[in-house]
Structures are given as structure tokens and as C-alpha cells.
Design a protein around this ligand. Structure first.
Ligand code: 5AD
Ligand code: SF4
Length: 514
């Protein structure tokens, strides 16, 4: 087919055209140039930043097997859809994408057929059902098993592929071994987009909000040991990273084991971890997401007041402003408690930018409940926020509630809430005009000569400047505010090492589709 990459087959080895062992050595144990031709990997990532991190780590796991990044599924030897199950139609979207990939697989045929895999939360939720519905699939694996990918690929390659059927390898366990202990070192190329990187410190969730699939797809809460997080962060910084975003489904529930030398059984909370990370020379900025209002502890509030490397932005999902709905959601706080948390943060950092998530049309939500959400939003004044129509997720308690809100009402409420949030975002951005903001320039813009960086408040700022400034902290004078970004002019450079080398790694074959 057009664009398909033809990889020469190894001499006399038609049945062993690829495979983990093949990239390392031929039958005589010597490196074989034909066998070690790079294979191509294409990962399409859906959903949250955690999935973006996971995709990067999958690429890290596969790099030693000779997989390099492909620019599209057509030229790939392996295609992974890393899926998200948080809201409606996720599985249907995956199946329709799989339909397109099946055509690619059929057109390529013979020894050139790519391995097709589905990863992430849809894979976890659907499991064997997915293999039954898409029998051409080779591998289905969940978020907790991707360290076992080499083994799964070997099994897939061993399995006979007859009549266009896939290998049907399934691994959706919650294994007893810790995934992070079995992953290779995070490469700056994959885990980091140049000078910024995601770093997963916590996974899973025990909160069981009544609308949410995460506790079922990602499993129970797990925190990585403090030492492991520090080590990964140091590696990233050595590779040129200057800003890390600490990730977790419920990141501020973090309670990682303290290193040996501390009291036996001692744990670090998120504030303690942030304090340690802030001590790493060369790391300039720390962010974290996503947090739960109930897990904001005293130390974390204090860290926002005292840690200069902790950015002036917090994503703190409220979900609703109605106490009745918050209770039905099993969120564990009232609107007044949420407001008190916001007030406390603003006492620490008056200009902290707040973001959040909201669900409208949760079962039983009356007009008065929705108005309570609008009132909360008006009061808090978000710099930016995400809002969603409630979508019943199979297996969650809220999906069984009887008083589901009609779709039309959900849609209409969503429009009203989004109009308010958009106005607030526009107003917040407008307030930046005329200010000087420090930026970490992390990528090139669309226009030649244009660079893009993030403000401490998380806004994307576009300005003109020389390519050499990529990876540097600069000062920008803000000249224009747009709905989702700012424009500015270079107003100075800040001292510090230049990490231009790391920028070459920012090209990625991963796509993110929210
Ligand atoms: N319906 C709508 N939105 C949801 N979210 C999670 N589950 C659902 C659901 N069933 C939203 C929440 C959460 C964000 C990641 O997605 O607002 O914070
Ligand atoms: Fe889902 Fe977040 Fe609630 Fe956990 S805290 S169940 S991840 S919405």
C-alpha cells in the first residue's frame, strides 16, 4: 500500500522476520545488521496526562527491542492505542479506530503485518470481550502490565496468525510485582518533551467517587517510593528537563515510602516530596495534578506558600457546588469546605491560578443544584477549568441511579457553565496584558521564528525569538490575551544553564486525543 515501509526480510528466515531476539543477534549469536534494522512503533494516546506518561514509558520498554518512533500507523511495525475510559463512547471510538487499523493490517499482509495492541483503561475494562469483538487484535493489556510488553510481543509473535486472525494475547492483571520496578530508566526522549516532563508518582484511587471508573480500571492507590521518584527526577534533570509535572490519579494522596535511613515505615506526603525535589539543582519548576480537595493537608497548603519552585497553578476539581450532589458523588467534602480550601490557598499565594473539573447533570441534579455549581464558579473565579456532561459508566454506582438527567438538560447546563468558565478564562488572561511573566520556552510555534512557553499560571505564551532560547527561562512582556493563550515579547533572559540539547528529543510519534 502507499506509504507502507518495506522492511527487507532476513536471509533464509522467513518465519522469523522479527522478534525481540532477532534485533539482538542472529542464530549464531552475532549481531546481524539486517536483523537489527529498527522497527517502527506508533502509539496513539487518548485521555489524561497519565496516559501520555504511560505511552512514553511503553516506548522506553520497547526501545531495547529496536522499536523507533513511526510517524503514522501506516509505516509502523507495531501500533498501540493507549485508551481512556473515563467518559462515554470511549470503547466505541476505540473499535472504530481498530476498524481502520484492521484495513492497514489486511493491506500490508504477509510478513509485513503490524502488531496491533490496545492498552489503557478501555483494554482493562473490556479485556477478553475486546479480543472476541476484534479477533484481528494481537495484544490487549491494561495500565498495570506494560512492563511485560516484551513478553507479550514474544507470545504474539509465536502465535500462529492464520486467516487474518490476531494473536489474541491478553494481560489485564493487577500483578503483584510493582510495574515501576520493572521499567527501564525513563529516557528524556520519550518521557520528556524537551525541557518539561511528566513523572508519575502515584497511581490508582481508593476514593470511589460514584461516577468514576478509575478505581476499577487503574486499581487501588499506590505511591512510588520517594527515593525512586527522586532518582527518576534527577535523571530527567540530567537530560535537560527543567520542569516536572508530578502525576497521579489522586496525586495529593501520595504517601511514598521514605528512603532507608528515615524511621522504619515512615512515608513522605506530597509536600515532603515536593520539598526534596525542589532541592535538585537545575530543576526550576514543579507542578502536580490531579488533586482531590480532601487530600489537601496543612503541609501542602504551606508548600504553596513557601516553595518558589511550586508553580502558581493548581488543578483542584470541585465537580459540583451542591452539597446534596457532592454527597451523592461520594466526594467527601462540602461546597463550604471547598471554598475554605480555596481561601486558604489564596492566603498563601494571592495570585494562584485555579483550575478544576465539573460534572453537570449528575443523576438527581436539580436546577437549584446546578445553580449552586454556577454560584461556586462565580465565587472562585477559575483561570481555566474543564466541564463535562455526566456520562453513566458501566459498573459504577451512579450508573444505577434512577433519576438520570435527560441529555438535553445536561447539554443545556453544560453550555451555561462553559460560557461562564470561558468568560472567566478570558478575563484571567486579559489581566496578564502589560505584565512581565517568566516563561520556560519549551517548543517552537507554528510560525517560523515563533517560540512557545508556559507562564507560572500554565498559560501558553507565544513570542518571537531565536531557536537557541528553547529550553531557557525568559521574561515575556504580555501584549495580547486570547481565549486559550497569550502573546508576548521577549523582555529579558534569566540566568541558568541552557538545555538546548534536550530539545532534539521533543519530536514524538505520540498523538494525544482528548
Ligand atoms: N461522567 C462525566 N465526567 C466524568 N469524569 C469522570 N467520570 C465522569 C463521568 N462518568 C470527569 C471528572 C474528573 C475528570 C477527569 O473527568 O470531572 O475529574
Ligand atoms: Fe475518580 Fe478522581 Fe474520584 Fe478517584 S478521586 S474516584 S480518580 S474522580
Amino acid at each position: 500500500m502507499a506509504g507502507a515501509r518495506q522492511r527487507p526480510k532476513p536471509r533464509g528466515a522467513d518465519t522469523a522476520a522479527s522478534g525481540p531476539a532477532a534485533v539482538l543477534a542472529n542464530a549464531f549469536g552475532f549481531p546481524c545488521p539486517e536483523y537489527s534494522l529498527p522497527k517502527k512503533l506508533f502509539i496513539r494516546t487518548y485521555g489524561c496526562q497519565m496516559n501520555v506518561y504511560d505511552s512514553a514509558r511503553m516506548a522506553d520498554v520497547l526501545a531495547p527491542l529496536g522499536y523507533a518512533q513511526a510517524s503514522g500507523p501506516e509505516e509502523a511495525d507495531m501500533v498501540i492505542l493507549n485508551t481512556c475510559h473515563i467518559r462515554e463512547k470511549a470503547a466505541e471510538k476505540v473499535y472504530s479506530e481498530l476498524g481502520r487499523l484492521r484495513e492497514i493490517k489486511q493491506q500490508r499482509g504477509g510478513g509485513e503485518t503490524p502488531i496491533l495492541a490496545v492498552a489503557g483503561c478501555v483494554a482493562q475494562a473490556e479485556g477478553a470481550e475486546m479480543l472476541a469483538r476484534a479477533p484481528f487484535l494481537d495484544i490487549v493489556f491494561g495500565p498495570q502490565t506494560y512492563h511485560r510488553l516484551p513478553e507479550m510481543i514474544a507470545r504474539a509473535e509465536r502465535a500462529a496468525r492464520k486467516g487474518g486472525r490476531g494473536a489474541g494475547v491478553l494481560d489485564t492483571e493487577f500483578p503483584s510485582e510493582a510495574k515501576f520496578d520493572h521499567l527501564p530508566k525513563a529516557s528524556a526522549g520519550a518521557a520528556a518533551a524537551g525541557c518539561t516532563a511528566f513523572l508519575t508518582i502515584q497511581e490508582g484511587c481508593d476514593k470511589f467517587c460514584s461516577f468514576c471508573v478509575v478505581p476499577y480500571t487503574r486499581g487501588v492507590e499506590f505511591s512510588r517510593p520517594g527515593q525512586a521518584v527522586l532518582a527518576e527526577c534527577r535523571e530527567l534533570v540530567d537530560a535537560g528537563v527543567r520542569e516536572v509535572t508530578l502525576l497521579g490519579q489522586n496525586v495529593n494522596a501520595y504517601h511514598g515510602a521514605a528512603p532507608d535511613g528515615d524511621d522504619a515505615g515512615a512515608t513522605w506526603g506530597l509536600a515532603e516530596l515536593i520539598g526534596r525535589l525542589a532541592g535538585i539543582d537545575g530543576l526550576e519548576r514543579i507542578r502536580y495534578t490531579t488533586s482531590h480537595p480532601r487530600d489537601m493537608d496543612d503541609a501542602l497548603y504551606d508548600a504553596h506558600g513557601s516553595c518558589d519552585k511550586l508553580m502558581l497553578y493548581l488543578h483542584l476539581p470541585a465537580q459540583s457546588g451542591s452539597d446534596r450532589i457532592l454527597a451523592a458523588m461520594n466526594r467527601g467534602y462540602t461546597a463550604a469546605e471547598y471554598r475554605a480550601g480555596v481561601a486558604r490557598l489564596r492566603r498563601m499565594r494571592p495570585d494562584i491560578a485555579l483550575s478544576g473539573d465539573f460534572i453537570v447533570g449528575f443523576p438527581g441534579e436539580s436546577e437549584a443544584d446546578f445553580e449552586a455549581t454556577m454560584a461556586l464558579v462565580r465565587e472562585v473565579e477559575y483561570a481555566q477549568a474543564y466541564s463535562f456532561k455526566y456520562s453513566p459508566r458501566p459498573g459504577t454506582p451512579a450508573a444505577l441511579l434512577e433519576d438520570q438527567v435527560p441529555d438535553q438538560v445536561r447539554g443545556e447546563r453544560l453550555q451555561r457553565l462553559q460560557a461562564l468558565l470561558n468568560d472567566q478564562q478570558q478575563a484571567f488572561n486579559q489581566r496578564m496584558v502589560g505584565q512581565r511573566l517568566p516563561l520556560l520556552l519549551d517548543r517552537s510555534g507554528r510560525r517560523p521564528g515563533q517560540l512557545v512557553g508556559r507562564s507560572p499560571y500554565m498559560q501558553a505564551v507565544h513570542l518571537d525569538g531565536p531557536e537557541e532560547l528553547l529550553g531557557e527561562m525568559v521574561l515575556a512582556e504580555i501584549t495580547e490575551a486570547h481565549a486559550n493563550s497569550l502573546a508576548g515579547q521577549l523582555a529579558g533572559r534569566s540566568a541558568g544553564p541552557v538545555a538546548v540539547g534536550a530539545m532534539a528529543a521533543s519530536a514524538t510519534s505520540m498523538e494525544q486525543t482528548i
